[in-house]
Design a protein. Sequence first.
Length: 268
Amino acid sequence: MNNLLWFSRWYSNQVSNGIGKTIKVNITSEKKSAWKVQIDLKYTDARKLSFKSLYFAKSEFNWYSLKIKNKVFIAEGDFTKLDFLIGKFRELIGENKHKDKITYKEDYFLSKEIKDFLFEGEKHTRFFLHYTPQKETADKILKNGLLYTYAFDKTATPIKNNSVDLNYIHYVRKQFGDYIVVIGFSKKIYDKYIDMINELNSNVLRVEEILCEKPILKNEDDELVYILSNKFIKGYCNYKTGEIVPNPEYNPDFDSDIFVENIKMFIN
């Protein structure tokens, strides 16, 4: 049972057992802490609970704190941890059914080393992230380029050097894998081909679709298959271990006559 569902049932039981008593619960979002959970224990089975304060911080955007003060359980943490904070309360009062230790896995995504890797050269480069579950796949992308169908924005997301936006993107995308492939296009190349696509009145929807050195073909489902040149693959990192693997062939300024031919393919 997930922690929020468990808490709903726990709260219902406490209210039923303490008829006429008010059990105050506040769950709020705050500028500093993203989530703050306050549970008044005065009229609950946990009213005699005591606990020394605890503070954990991996980074500015990966942290939480717990304490009980004046019979009020108070938990704060970054915006990814609402369920986790409820889980810590569940663990604290001994109602974790299997006595599992609730932990928050290491996440190095916003570490200085990974952020420096992501945004090196940001002044002249547009960066995108692609998540994948296997190291073998990430290594293959470095060597052969990124294969995708339909649309580039369905497989990669643009990023900016803003920790709040980055944390949100990571929270949404990390379900797709531990390995994060970093893609970079120089703004000069990007703008050059946007202008060319417009001048030639091509049906290309996105610049990334024509930055392929290998032929753009159709698969058995009649979908276009693109292979983004590996020259635009900056490398990859593993957000759980902090491992960083750069691509020695990375060149965000890479250009080729093939890109022009790709544009012409989509001219009616």
